[in-house]
Design a protein around this ligand. Structure first.
Ligand SMILES: *[C@@H]1O[C@H](CO)[C@@H](O)[C@H](O)[C@H]1NC(C)=O
Ligand SMILES: *[C@@H]1O[C@H](CO)[C@@H](O)[C@H](O)[C@H]1NC(C)=O
Ligand SMILES: *[C@@H]1O[C@H](CO)[C@@H](O)[C@H](O)[C@H]1NC(C)=O
Length: 374
């Protein structure tokens, strides 16, 4: 390097270091071909082991595993275990190739930390091929799309996910964020958008259209925030959880709006959940808190002792569907009353001007004439 002043030398050195600091591991250098036929799976695995793993720094954006723009076929699952500090950037369109024997998760990260998932790309799951005539039982072990298992500090955004054979995104761990991305699937079951558990996770600015859960927190969870969420046709949210906060959610043409449900034999605690600024349109169950969630079967004798408390619904408006189902239903176990269920400015009408009914059983709180004070 030739430079004639100290300042100029330092500037040159600085820009050189900045360039050198980013290592890009492009799948095309590891067997990937954007011909919509060569299997992308092994190329990603090889790019990881031959390039990413030796290059990481403490900054995930310094090391990028890149799937450039173009059309890519993926036929085998990618499973990365005990990985950290890198970015997976998908800018191309990735098509999942149908295979009746394919199971597991197409992109799975196990025991990971500080991973960025980003890009302008799309992953097409072609889920309809695993659900002939909408049948969910033909290939019961069909693949899921993305899973972060025991992962912390994941930042997931960008890449649009389409029609997974099964669930789209599962994140289990702490301090993870999913944001600014969309999931669009058939309006059918077992197509969950985001299933999240762990502590202090955050989902914001996402769009989900599917036929099952939209953005759901599962047990165990302590600390979750969901903001600016749009759900279309989705089913409800199932929470066994502590300290949850959802804000600014619009939900249209779905089954469940804000649904907190458990099986009558469940034990545990759901405490401190807050739902603010929800707008519903034509929803079957706009607000439902139920200890009697027994899909596809009659509920067994109640043996559970699940307690719900400090659940607050604020600024909730819109419409339920035009059936006789209650717009608000809170049905808890006798002896384990739901406590401090608070409704602030909750005004839900019915499509077509149908009569609004509110059903409250074994619960106390405030904000509705139907609920008694605790
Ligand atoms: C890529 O191949 C899949 C079939 O596996 C097909 O559905 C898709 O349309 C193809 N993409 C392009 C851009 O041709
Ligand atoms: C609410 O969320 C929508 C997207 O779902 C967003 O466009 C809008 O800006 C949000 N409103 C506020 C007040 O954050
Ligand atoms: C209730 O949950 C919110 C949001 O997750 C949290 O900020 C707050 O500290 C929690 N309150 C208590 C008493 O734990």
């Amino acid at each position: 390097m030739v430079c004639f002043s100290l300042a100029r030398c330092l500037a040159l050195l600085g820009s050189l270091t900045a360039v050198l600091a980013v290592t890009t591991c492009d799948v095309t250098d590891y067997g990937g071909v954007a011909d919509n036929s060569t299997d992308l799976g092994p190329a990603i695995t090889k790019a990881y082991s031959d390039c990413v793993s030796g290059a990481t720094t403490s900054d995930a954006s310094d090391t990028v595993l890149l799937v450039p723009s173009g059309d890519w076929a993926i036929a085998t699952a990618v499973s990365l275990t005990s990985v950290s500090d890198f970015t997976l950037e998908i800018n191309g369109a990735v098509y999942l190739v149908f295979n009746a024997d394919l199971t597991g998760t197409i992109f799975s990260f196990d025991d990971c930390d500080n991973i960025i998932w980003q890009g302008e790309g799309h992953i097409w799951g072609n889920g309809e091929l695993w659900r002939p005539d909408g049948d969910l039982s033909t290939y019961p072990s069909r693949p899921r799309l993305v899973r972060f298992q025991d992962c912390n500090n994941v930042d997931m955004s960008g890449v649009a996910l389409h029609n997974a054979p099964m669930f789209h995104v599962t994140i289990i761990g702490d301090n993870n964020v999913a944001h600014d991305m969309s999931i669009i699937a058939d309006h059918i079951g077992e197509t969950d958008g985001f299933d999240i558990s762990g502590n202090n996770n955050y989902v914001h600015d996402v769009y989900v259209e599917n036929g099952d859960e939209c953005v759901t927190v599962k047990t165990p969870t302590n600390g979750f925030v969901g903001e600016n969420i749009q759900c279309y046709y989705s089913a409800g949210k199932r929470n066994i959880i502590l300290n949850v906060y959802y804000k600014n959610v619009t939900h249209s043409y779905g089954d469940g709006g804000i649904v907190l449900k458990s099986y009558p034999t469940a034990s545990g605690t759901v405490k401190n959940a807050t739902y603010v600024d929800f707008t519903f349109s034509d929803i079957a169950y706009p607000i439902q808190v139920s200890d009697f969630w027994c899909p596809n079967e009659a509920c067994p004798t109640t043996t559970g002792d699940l307690t719900w408390s400090d659940i607050t619904f604020t600024d909730i408006s819109g419409t339920g569907d035009d059936t006789t189902r209650p717009t608000i239903q809170v049905e808890c176990i006798s002896g384990y009353e739901c406590e401090n269920i608070v409704f602030n400015n909750v005004d839900i009408t019915k499509e077509g001007g149908a009569t609004v009914t509110i059903q409250i059983e074994n619960a106390c709180g405030s904000g509705l004439s139907e609920i008694s004070a605790c």
